[in-house]
Design a protein around this ligand. Structure first.
Ligand code: GTP
Ligand code: MG
Length: 201
């Protein structure tokens, strides 16, 4: 898929304030600082479309972008933000849960995991919850540039093994680096294929 346009639409604090669900939508979620906003910028080829920061907790709302006039891309706030208050975490949970369950045009949620880390409890719990809700998801390993090839293979295997404790079949999995533009074509191909299947239905 060629990206011809990418435009910020709106920041919403709940699913009901999101744009009308007129186009297929793909969302990006994962722990705070995992690299969601950076990956979105890399995908659409725009440096500062989604706001990034080295301080966790930068993205706090549901951010919609229109891509190619064809589909919506959504930057979600990160979970597991250590300094967030209990009430802020609760609000986050409610906002995201409602959005994920009710957003009717949500075709796939990409769950981002830091390639450098062993499987984290909070990520496994989130993926398990998505599975129980029967929400379509794909896994994206981020910051692959920080690892040697062998370390990356080991890390991916550890995550797959962890997921296979609960899943019979693994979700689609992508390895990426926003820094080095790794995984861009694969992700855009996946989105493109999903859009075509949606058209055919
Ligand atoms: P929140 O909005 O706070 O939830 O964070 P986020 O998941 O959107 O992360 P963001 O894209 O803001 O990136 C967090 C930090 O990781 C920044 O300092 C980025 O420069 C860095 N980062 C993101 N992607 C990569 C990558 O592919 N490689 C490397 N080396 N660093 C990255
Ligand atoms: Mg962000």
């Amino acid at each position: 898929m060629k990206i011809t346009s990418a435009e910020f639409l709106i920041s919403a604090t709940d699913w009901q304030k999101c744009p009308a669900p007129t186009k297929p939508e793909f969302a990006f979620i994962g722990r705070s600082n995992v690299g969601k906003s950076s990956l979105i910028n890399m995908l659409v080829g725009r440096k500062n479309l989604a706001k990034t920061s080295s301080t966790p907790g930068k993205t706090q709302t549901i951010n919609h972008f229109d891509v190619n006039g064809d589909w919506f891309l959504v930057d979600l706030p990160g979970y597991g933000y250590a300094s967030a208050s209990r009430s802020a975490r609760y609000e986050w949970g409610k906002m995201i849960e409602q959005y994920l369950k009710r957003r009717e045009n949500l075709y796939c949620t990409f769950v981002l995991l830091d390639a450098r880390l062993p499987p984290q409890k909070i990520d496994v719990e989130f993926v398990t919850w998505m599975g129980l809700q029967q929400l379509p998801l794909a896994i994206i390993l981020t910051k692959a540039d920080k690892l040697k090839q062998q370390e990356l293979v080991r890390s991916r295997k550890a995550i797959e093994e962890k997921l296979l404790e609960q899943w019979e079949e693994l979700p689609p999995m992508f390895v990426t680096s926003a820094e080095r533009k790794v995984g861009r074509d694969e992700l855009l191909d996946f989105i493109s294929t999903t859009l075509q299947q949606a058209d055919a239905d």
